[in-house]
Ligand binder design. Structure first.
Ligand code: FNR
Length: 196
């Protein structure tokens, strides 16, 4: 592809972990390094998002929720890096996704291209959490990237002490996944241009 054909793609990277030394935050930093030409990945922390409460929502979204929803709407795609807790999604991430699934019919996640990846110490590297994430995204009508999967197993052996992903195979999967994200964004843009 020549430089003239590169269309900028803005991706919102959401880590499903709040801790500073998180492998999943580190995965998003690796994705920033591996992003294809034209793609930028902004990391959005979800630590200040309150628990979903319909009573609160009816009075108006709290400011952190407004920021999250605005950031998702403004992004061409979302990239979620999720840990696995009890074979599923961490509550903090599910909570953020629940806010972003509202209002039904006009939710920021509706039609949004969503990439996903995950790192954990287990041999299956968040496969079960990512399956649950897919279920959530199906009902949101998000356009999630199913393949290639980025499942970083045995995480402690794949990051250095500074939290840098050192596993070249994992980096290759991230590059391929980001390429698939870019293709899905282009597909979505073509479809909305045709529908206009
Ligand atoms: C875990 N962990 C974990 N790992 C896994 O692969 N499958 C699992 O079901 C669980 N369950 C689980 C539950 C709870 C409550 C905690 C705190 C942890 C381990 C988890 O993968 C590990 O702590 C990761 O390091 C978390 O991701 P971050 O914070 O490094 O991004």
């Amino acid at each position: 592809m020549s430089d003239q054909q590169i269309v900028p793609i803005h991706v919102l990277g959401i880590p499903g972990s709040l801790r500073e030394g998180s492998y999943n935050k580190a995965l998003l930093r690796a994705a920033q390094e591996e992003a294809p030409d034209g793609m930028t990945i902004e990391i959005f922390e979800i630590g200040d998002i309150p628990f979903y409460n319909r009573d609160v929502e009816e009075e108006g979204d709290p400011e952190p929720v407004q920021r999250l929803k605005r950031a998702i709407r403004e992004a061409d795609a979302v990239l979620i890096a999720t840990p696995e807790y009890q074979h599923g999604l961490p509550g903090v991430l599910k909570n953020a996704l629940d806010w972003a699934s509202r209002p039904p019919g006009d939710a920021p996640l509706k039609n949004k291209v969503v990439g996903m990846m995950g790192a954990s110490p287990s041999p299956v590297g968040t496969a079960r959490a990512q399956l649950q994430l897919r279920q959530t995204l199906v009902y949101n009508q998000s356009r999630f990237v199913a393949r290639p999967e980025v499942l970083v197993s045995k995480a402690p052996s794949k990051f250095d002490d500074e939290g840098r992903l050192t596993d070249e195979k994992a980096r290759e999967f991230i590059r391929k996944h980001l390429k698939a994200v870019a293709e899905k964004v282009h597909e979505a843009q073509r479809e909305s241009a045709e529908a206009a």
